[in-house]
Design a protein. Structure first.
Ligand SMILES: [Zn+2]
Length: 236
């Protein structure tokens, strides 16, 4: 494909300067953790973690795959792929990828730096185009956290904020979408319609994880009534 992108280190942008307040360290993946004892011993109940990192790279149509097509409201040149450290359901540090609008990179890094700091677990974070046809149902069933995906709001004829790269769905299996008829998505989310559950990653109003977004000006779909979209955060 003529648009095939061959990543080059020089094209990678590190946000350490602009986000120094958020990022404890912005390092290349090749940098090992510093040796020697930590400067201060953490409380015994809080595991020490690797520093939070965020790497921002361009993304091509080929790399977006089925999540983008001609006619979508934003093009690949307006999107970025952000590689973020996050805590997994296993409590370990992982690196995931979110495709977002270039105008939302800083806000997304800020929020996910806070989620990492508070230890909020994200099961997996892969671009929507990883799934066949970028089918949202497949991503949601897989409890996959994602952002950009060129799709409309069903029945509305309007683009979703996901199609602009300005919305993030967080742990969508355990934080489902519920419409005004009680129908829900994804199809395997029935156990998680009980919002009193306290499983790791289940979002509740006022949680530090929800506030990581809403205190920074994002809207949470869990505050909506028709539909209620517990997984959804957007900043149009
Ligand atoms: Zn959403």
């Amino acid at each position: 494909m003529r648009t095939r992108h061959h990543p080059h280190p020089a094209r990678r942008a590190c946000l350490a300067v602009a986000l120094a307040a958020v990022l404890a360290q912005c390092s290349s993946p090749a940098s090992p953790p510093a040796g020697g004892p930590p400067p201060a011993s953490p409380p015994p109940t809080v595991p020490a973690r690797s520093p939070f990192t965020a790497e921002v790279v361009p993304v091509t149509a080929a790399e977006l795959g089925p999540s983008w097509r001609p006619g979508c409201p934003v093009g690949p040149a307006e999107l970025r792929r952000v590689r973020l450290t996050h805590v997994g359901m296993d409590g370990a540090t992982h690196v995931g990828e979110l495709d977002v609008h270039q105008d939302r990179v800083r806000q997304v890094v800020d929020v996910f730096g806070q989620l990492y700091a508070i230890g909020y677990p994200v099961e997996r974070m892969r671009p929507a185009g990883t799934y066949p046809g970028a089918e949202d149902e497949l991503s949601m069933r897989d409890n996959n956290t994602s952002a950009f995906s060129c799709r409309d709001i069903p029945g509305s004829g309007r683009w979703s904020q996901h199609a602009l790269g300005r919305a993030v769905d967080v742990n969508p299996l355990i934080n489902p979408y519920v419409d005004d008829t009680g129908a829900f998505q994804p199809a395997n989310a029935a156990p998680y319609l009980d919002r009193a559950r306290r499983d790791p990653g289940v979002l509740h109003d006022g949680d530090p994880a929800v506030r990581a977004f809403t205190d920074r000006g994002w809207t949470w779909g869990g505050h909506w009534t028709t539909p209620i979209d517990y997984q959804h955060f957007e900043m149009p």
